[in-house]
Design a protein around this ligand. Structure first.
Ligand code: AHR
Length: 312
């Protein structure tokens, strides 16, 4: 016990000396806001000095922030990359300065030796889980699906689309009839869904709406109600994140399924970073978080209550 107490004391004293820069995408969704607060709480708990930069959805702001962190000589950088491409140069600059970079919740199209690790979900799997839920729910019935995509060029938008398409590929009765970006926001989700409803006979031809995140689904639910239809029954609603508001929609009978994405990417990221900086322990290149399906059968009121306040 004595040795482990000493080890613990050393770890926290060590963490207290760390300065970490965090380049966050912005606050486009409830999930994103929760990730930001959980990351700040995790840093505080560990005595890490977190320098936070909000990029307002712009990659150029993220690149600027990363260069600022490098100039300050931070011990490490966390970045949630808004889009997949365009990171090679700045990541190479961080590597050159011997500053480890950890990717949070989204991936990059860049050589893997330019970052220490990536903490994220398996986004293709998330799409597959959502698609499989629809396959199991509609059976052999014909089902026309409209899709609200996330931010163009972001890995969750690319991969969640791919996974869903894989799941429905062998089911000719299920077809995606319209697919457009709603940029992961509630407002855009509503606006794009309004367009889909108008284009598809007021929504009467739509069987299901698949959104790449819950916020867009919540916006779309409003549009469906405004069009005089019942979300959750006239049009099935399936999405990703498991934020409190989608559980509230399930309680109201207006949403049918969501796939959980934990907002706590920082916990595993800081664990990996502290071990690496302490004795060179190399983390796994990809630290994958869980993708659990929730439906109204999974106590949505309880899920709402337990999540509300956890940074949401
Ligand atoms: O990268 C994760 C995605 O980004 C979340 O699903 C979404 O809500 C967010 O904006």
């Amino acid at each position: 016990l004595g040795a482990s107490v000493i080890a613990l004391a050393c770890t926290s004293a060590y963490a207290a000396d760390l300065t970490v820069g965090f380049s966050q995408i912005g606050s486009e969704s409830g999930w994103r806001a929760a990730e930001t607060s959980v990351t700040k709480q995790e840093a505080e708990k560990r005595g890490i000095d977190l320098k936070f930069a909000d990029a307002q959805q712009k990659q150029e702001n993220q690149i600027k922030a990363l260069r600022g962190f490098i100039a300050q000589g931070v011990d490490a950088i966390l970045v949630a990359p808004v889009v997949a491409t365009g990171w090679d140069d700045v990541l190479a600059e961080a590597k050159e300065a011997e500053i480890p970079v950890i990717l949070l919740d989204r991936g990059v199209d860049a050589p893997q030796d330019l970052y220490l690790t990536s903490v994220a979900s398996d986004q293709v799997k998330e799409g597959r889980v959502a698609g499989q839920w629809l396959v199991d729910t509609v059976g052999d019935k014909p089902c026309k699906v409209v899709e609200l995509q996330g931010t163009v060029g972001s890995t969750p938008a690319i991969n969640r689309k791919k996974g869903f398409e894989e799941a429905i590929a062998d089911h000719a009765n299920i077809t995606i009839i319209r697919s457009q970006t709603g940029d992961f926001t509630r407002a855009k989700g509503k606006e794009v869904m309004e367009g889909f409803l108008k284009a598809e006979n007021g929504g009467k031809d739509i069987c299901a709406m698949y959104a790449h995140n819950d916020d867009m689904a919540v916006g779309a639910i409003q549009a469906i109600k405004d069009a005089g239809l019942k979300p959750g029954s006239d049009i099935l609603v399936v999405s990703i994140d498991a934020v409190p508001d989608i559980f509230a929609a399930m309680v109201a009978g207006e949403a049918n399924a969501t796939v959980e994405l934990t907002p706590n990417m920082a916990g595993p990221a800081f664990d990996a970073l502290e071990a690496y900086l302490k004795d060179g322990t190399q983390p796994e290149k990809f630290i994958i978080t869980e993708s659990k399906l929730y439906t109204p059968a999974d106590n949505p009121q309880g899920e709402y209550d337990s999540r509300k306040g956890l940074g949401y």
